[in-house]
Design a protein around this ligand. Structure first.
Ligand SMILES: Nc1nc2c(c(=O)[nH]1)N[C@H]1C(S)=C(S)[C@@H](COP(=O)(O)OP(=O)(O)OC[C@H]3O[C@@H](n4cnc5c(=O)[nH]c(N)nc54)[C@H](O)[C@@H]3O)O[C@H]1N2
Ligand SMILES: Nc1nc2c(c(=O)[nH]1)N[C@H]1C(S)=C(S)[C@@H](COP(=O)(O)OP(=O)(O)OC[C@H]3O[C@@H](n4cnc5c(=O)[nH]c(N)nc54)[C@H](O)[C@@H]3O)O[C@H]1N2
Ligand SMILES: [Mo]
Length: 759
């Protein structure tokens, strides 16, 4: 599609007054004190607090306000004045709460006391911390270690995360799956395979030097809104932006900077995408192949006229392997096949390809639209192919930019929350703590869910998150999860996972990072790693939501002390008293990444732990960057069939994962409901469906299991034919646990095969 796509349903550009209205509405719902504005003004700056929302980096030269609409919502949500006290359970049973929506659970406010599930009354009751820890220890001690899972969502800082991983290993397993196993594990595995790095290669300065950005399946307007500022700057200096996304996402169409008074008063919009290509879900491999075809054709033409090569031949010769086979495929794949598999026209791909060929420095940006597919790793391999053709990795202003999710999701992996033993320096752990770390790989999320289904997993500890609600095959999970011997959730707010307690079940309420964390040696800082591998200190300054809360680190230490055999090298009390001691351990364990750690945590913009691929050192098996020849042209495990749709599960602008702040998805023009299925008018006509008609989505995975989600109203939306959308997490009942990326086991949440039945 050419030029700007009209999106008649949308409320106008991203940012702007809509953004302020949206923040004010959430503010009204939460009634936090006015001083919360001070917290926002300190956000993402040295000596301030690092946002609790996403992992978008913090610039060293920060703006007066370094927060965004959705960061503000996350902050307001943590600082709500609502409290979910033990009295709440006088009026509600756990079974009754299963009828509540995620939004209603969130509105109960911050958890205030450690809680134990009481099966007799079907309620949670307050317990002391000592009781909770000793009971958890009593249940954990006799369990075979391989039957316990230590899940982490990406919230907790590096210090708590390091100790959490240590707890699991000292207990005896590597069962440390993380939220990234549902998210960017495709990056950790897929990108490592081709460039030898599990993380992105760019840093902040590159954003300011790039001539073009190619976006694949990442939605900055809702999910990393501070990205819109450097994009706006880039557009102002003439950079070009090309977007591949089945959905017309407003933040990639146009933006009004809500922190620029001139833009706000004049309504000055910056058009973001020069080309917006509505690829069909799972069609990126073919789309990128089309772009590569344009590159090869341009290079052929340059060769013929004796002009400057379009391929970076020196780079390719010195740094890459596998190009010949790949180019063969590019040459022999006809445009008709590319059009069919991508759903895009040759002419549109040629326009996009032309931008790629005529830009000196290109950044490839991607998110869940590439990673959450059965061939997600191939998607990433293809994006890297495109970048390698013109040497766009390891050069200023160019590179690969996976945009990570939770604020410390990348960092948790860096400091040992990893189920793969090869990623962890076990010898260092042995030296430091005098025990033999387990040698077997642990469970991914898919392994853990299957283990739960088969009754192998007997206990789950969750450091943050809402695992039950975030995974596929949700209905089955709700059936099997409570069969566990023990469920422990370290949480800030009530969520659906709490409502399926194991035989012994505890909710352990923790401080938010925004809150002051005072320990024996004084107020503590914690650190997080952003999407550009920069590490920043964060000091919470708000008074805690309840005096009974403990820090995540203190809770981990409490569980560890009650569970593990005594070991003088495991100094849980000292570490809890002074987090800088934990940073010393991290530095000792990972000396290259964390040199002079304690001294550097407040460097503006954070300190960089480096990335070999950025320096064109390739830690792949081949010691080169690898061109991948894809085995298929789409990212799916199924074929198109009459009545079978590719269901994309979407985030609204009013949610953070399973935390639902409200019912306004204003960029997509959807208000007051999440119970919708979006589809193209052509698909509606073909299926004989009318606007507003009530339908049921049914899994078409083909394994004979009935999975369905009913009560959805059909809404006409600007989408490619065959691609339909519904909201995550509600749609998780429709996905099968075996539907995941082949290489990394990341659940394929972006093209779930479904049929539509009238309700
Ligand atoms: N406000 C807010 N911020 C968040 C989050 C949140 O829920 N709310 N979640 C955080 C987390 S954990 C993460 S991982 C990130 C997620 O942030 P994103 O990576 O942006 O994830 P999604 O919004 O799930 O999907 C991204 C886009 O992929 C598109 N898409 C779907 N299928 C395809 C496809 O086959 N090809 C292409 N090219 N595009 C496709 C969708 O239309 C959507 O625009 O955001 C983080 N930040
Ligand atoms: N269908 C579908 N499924 C998906 C996705 C999708 O796009 N489609 N996306 C996947 C992705 S990318 C991800 S990352 C996962 C997310 O999965 P999770 O990370 O497991 O889920 P969250 O919703 O982020 O967890 C929210 C809960 O975390 C707790 N919490 C919040 N802040 C803190 C804190 O500071 N500390 C602690 N200890 N707890 C806290 C609160 O109790 C809150 O209820 O879901 C995945 N599932
Ligand atoms: Mo994520």
């Amino acid at each position: 599609m050419a030029d700007t796509i009209p999106n008649p349903e949308s409320e106008g550009p991203a940012g702007g007054w809509g953004s302020l209205k949206s923040i004010i509405r959430i503010y009204g719902d939460n009634h936090p004190p006015v001083s919360v504005l001070q917290t926002l003004s300190q956000q993402n700056k040295p000596g301030g607090v690092m946002c609790v929302s996403c992992a978008w980096p913090k610039p060293a030269n920060y703006h007066p306000f370094e927060f965004c609409e959705n960061g503000a919502k996350a902050t307001l949500s943590d600082l709500t004045s609502a409290r979910c006290t033990p009295d709440f359970w006088n009026d509600h049973t756990v079974s009754e709460l299963r009828e509540w929506r995620d939004y209603d659970l969130e509105q109960t406010g911050r958890l205030t006391h450690p809680l134990r599930y009481d099966v007799g009354t079907d309620r949670y009751v307050a317990v002391t911390w000592d009781e909770a820890f000793s009971e958890i220890g009593r249940v954990l001690k006799p369990l075979p270690p391989e039957r316990v899972v230590f899940y982490a969502s990406g919230h907790a800082g590096l210090e708590a995360s390091y100790l959490y991983a240590l707890l699991a290993r000292a207990y005896g397993n590597n069962n440390l799956p993380q939220s990234s196993n549902m998210c960017h594990e495709t990056t950790s595995v897929g990108l490592t395979k081709v460039i030898g790095s599990p993380v992105g290669t760019i840093i902040w300065d590159d954003l300011q030097q790039a001539d073009a950005f190619f976006f694949f399946g990442q939605n900055p307007g809702s999910n990393s809104p501070r990205f819109l500022h450097p994009l706006q700057d880039a557009k102002k200096r003439g950079a070009r932006i090309v977007t591949f996304n089945p959905v017309v996402e407003q933040g990639l169409v146009s933006f009004v900077n809500p922190q620029n008074p001139f833009d706000m008063l004049t309504g000055q919009e910056t058009k973001i995408s020069d080309e917006y290509l509505q690829v069909q879900a799972g069609g990126d491999i073919a789309a990128i192949l089309g772009l590569c075809k344009v590159v090869i054709e341009a290079d052929d033409a340059a060769l013929a006229r004796g002009g400057k090569r379009v391929l970076d031949v020196d780079f390719i010769a010195e740094h890459t392997t596998g190009i010949d086979r790949f180019i063969d495929l590019v040459r022999t794949t006809p445009w008709s096949e590319i059009e069919r598999e991508s759903g895009l026209e040759e002419s549109a791909l040629r326009r996009a390809g032309e931008i790629y060929v005529t830009s000196e420095r290109v950044i490839g940006v991607y998110g869940m639209g590439l990673t959450q597919h059965v061939q997600g790793s191939l998607n990433i391999g293809m994006l890297v192919n495109l970048l390698l053709l013109r040497g766009n990795i390891g050069r200023e202003g160019a590179g690969c930019c996976p945009v990570r999710g939770h604020s410390n999701v990348q960092g948790q992996r860096t400091v040992g929350i990893a189920e793969k033993t090869e990623l962890v320096p076990m010898d260092k752990l042995r030296q430091l703590f005098d025990f033999d770390p387990p040698t077997e790989d642990g469970t991914t999320i898919v392994d853990a869910v299957k283990g739960l289904m088969e009754g192998r997993i007997r206990a789950t500890i969750s450091l943050g998150g809402n695992l039950l609600r975030a995974v596929p095959d949700q209905e089955e999970m709700e059936r099997v999860w409570p069969r566990q011997e023990l469920t422990v959730m370290i949480s800030t707010k009530l969520n659906r996972s709490h409502l399926f307690p194991g035989r012994h079940a505890y909710i352990l309420p923790c401080l938010s990072r925004l809150e002051e964390d005072r320990q024996a040696s004084g107020v503590q800082s914690v650190t997080t790693e952003d999407s550009f591998s920069h590490i920043s200190g964060s000091i919470g300054k708000r008074s805690p939501a309840s005096r009974h809360l403990k820090s995540e680190l203190a809770i981990i230490a409490g569980i560890a002390k009650a569970t593990l055999a005594p070991n003088p090298k495991l100094r849980w009390d000292d570490w809890t008293a002074d987090y800088s001691l934990v940073r010393d351990l991290i530095e000792y364990t990972y000396p290259d990444d964390f040199k002079d750690y304690n001294a550097r945590i407040f460097e503006p913009g954070g300190f960089y732990r480096g990335n070999d691929a950025r320096n064109r050192v390739w830690n792949t098996e081949e010691k080169k960057a690898v061109f991948t020849t894809p085995s298929q042209l789409n990212a799916l495990s199924f074929k198109d069939d009459a009545g079978r749709y590719r269901l994309v599960t979407l985030r609204s602008n009013d949610q953070f994962n399973t935390t639902i702040y409200g019912y306004s998805d204003r960029f997509r023009g959807i208000e007051d409901t999440r119970d919708v299925v979006l589809m193209s008018e052509a698909d509606m006509r073909a299926a004989g469906l009318a606007e507003g008609q009530n339908v049921t989505l049914v899994s078409d995975f083909g394994d004979g299991v009935r999975r369905e989600l009913g009560g959805l109203a059909v809404r006409a939306h600007n989408l490619p034919e065959g691609t339909i959308c519904a909201y995550y997490p509600e749609a998780n009942v429709l996905n099968a646990i075996d539907h995941h990326d082949e290489l990394s086991q990341t659940p394929a949440s972006k093209a779930i095969p479904v049929r539509i039945e009238p309700s």
